[in-house]
Write a protein that binds this ligand. Structure first.
Ligand code: UD1
Length: 416
């Protein structure tokens, strides 16, 4: 099993090219199931989660061709309609195949994902939405089977703006009969990116990026070519690492608007931020001031940046409160950060962080994707050597992270 070793204390300086967004790429690759023509997607990051979704698509009968960051998918001969437990367990986003399979083939069987390290994460909103479109659902042996002769457009009000449920229903509705009106939708930039890919396939969608999405169903969608947006969480992670080490970092291939809530918090903490058309520069040479955050659905502060921001705050001047409202168990990095000497107390869904002048290196264990990034940032700041075990969590969502950090001057290596 791979580990990462970091020698801390070097301020990061330079620029980083951000990869294509993992969370946009996953549903976009899955959207190819909606068309019997080939689709070509570009700027697909080379990551474990992407390999898992391509494995799932190949399992269903999709012809998959990968050429570096370009993926060609041909769903003409799909002959299986089931996402098995082994694949859904390793990557929950697999449940998003339900909507497209059901819409195009009238049937889908998907393993229930169960909980994961950061929380229970049920899929009840996805299922309720599909039922509103006329699907019949059966739950048996840990699988949900959905059938429908033809999905019919309807009005769907989500209980909560779930990213996955918005994506699943948006895809299903593109091939439903008539109009679907989705209310209380997630507004994340990845939803807009998926809608743009679907529109390139001929789908009729309005309102993506707002609470209300209106879709006129079509009888068929055509193939398309589409390039995925830059990864806003990767960009935010490198900026947090730059600030935490007292450096200056420019991230490129990223729309600043997609991480505005994070940039505002960096500024509140004392960093100087310059927003370009598709880049952000940050001078983080001053010690960060303690800054409270509360995670919220977009455009609020993203839960996927909470752990990285917390590491930054462990070195802040003063004390702050970090409140997590999206997932119920997303503070597993806290006990690991404490091993570096961080002073953090958890009270319900709030972590109270008292900033220290410095951290000290230690052996650490990654527990989930974003937690691993926060521990690497911790190691980059800590005096001496830090090793991080179970780095496979990081490989699910960051493309060539050590290489990119090395380009910024970090002393970091991967070893087995
Ligand atoms: C997506 C992102 C993930 C991010 C999250 C929130 C992908 C692949 N993953 O996950 O990185 O952290 O958005 O921005 O894009 N919920 C229910 N019932 C449901 C669906 C969700 O109760 O049917 C709850 C979840 O347990 C969670 C909250 O709603 O507490 C938000 O989840 P959701 O927005 O659906 O997150 P994901 O799509 O799983």
């Amino acid at each position: 099993m791979d580990k990462i070793r970091v020698w801390g204390g070097v301020p990061l300086r330079g620029k980083v090219q951000v990869s294509g967004s993992k969370n946009a790429a996953l549903p976009i690759l899955i959207s190819s199931l909606l068309s019997e023509d080939p689709c070509v997607f570009r700027r697909i990051p080379q990551l474990q989660d992407i390999r898992t979704v391509l494995k799932l698509l190949a399992h269903l009968g999709v012809e998959v061709q990968v050429d570096q960051g370009q993926v060609r998918l041909d769903s003409k001969h799909v002959h299986l309609f089931e996402a098995p437990y082994d694949l859904v367990r390793t990557m929950r986003a697999s449940v998003v195949v339900l909507g497209p399979l059901l819409a195009r083939f009238g049937k889908a069987r998907v393993s229930l994902p169960g909980g994961c390290a950061i929380g229970a994460r049920p899929i009840d909103f996805h299922l309720a939405g599909l039922e509103r479109l006329g699907a019949t659902l059966e739950l048996e042996n840990g699988y949900v089977t959905a059938t429908a002769k033809k999905l019919r457009g309807n009005r769907i009000a989500f209980e909560f703006p779930s990213v996955g449920a918005t994506e699943n229903i948006m895809m299903a509705a593109t091939l439903a009969e008539g109009e679907t009106l989705m209310e209380n939708c997630a507004k994340e930039p990845e939803i807009i990116d998926l809608a743009m890919a679907l529109k390139a396939m001929g789908a009729q969608i309005e309102g993506e990026g707002t609470e209300i999405i209106r879709i006129q169903g079509c009888t068929r969608l055509k193939g398309c070519e589409y390039s995925v947006m830059g990864d806003r969480i990767e960009a935010g992670t490198f900026l947090a690492a730059g600030f935490a080490t007292g450096g200056e970092v420019r991230v490129e291939n990223i729309y600043p608007d997609s991480i505005e809530a994070v940039l505002v918090k960096f500024e509140e903490a004392g960093a100087k931020v310059i927003r370009g058309t598709d880049w952000v520069f940050m001078d983080g040479s001053s010690r960060p001031a303690a800054t409270n955050i509360t995670t919220l659905p977009f455009p609020g502060f993203p839960t996927d940046m909470q752990a990285q921001f917390m590491t930054l705050m462990t070195l802040g001047e003063g004390a702050c409160a970090i409140t997590e409202t999206i997932f119920e168990n997303r503070f597993m990095h806290v006990s690991e950060l404490a091993r570096l000497g961080a002073d953090i107390v958890i009270r319900g869904n709030t972590a109270l962080v008292k900033g220290q002048k410095s951290l000290r290196g230690a052996p650490l264990m990654a527990t989930d994707l974003r937690a691993s990034a926060s521990l690497i940032i911790g190691g980059l700041c800590a005096q001496g050597e830090t090793t991080i075990d179970r780095i496979y969590h990081l490989d699910r969502g960051y493309e060539k992270m050590e290489d990119k950090l090395m380009q910024l001057g970090a002393k970091i290596e991967r070893f087995s």
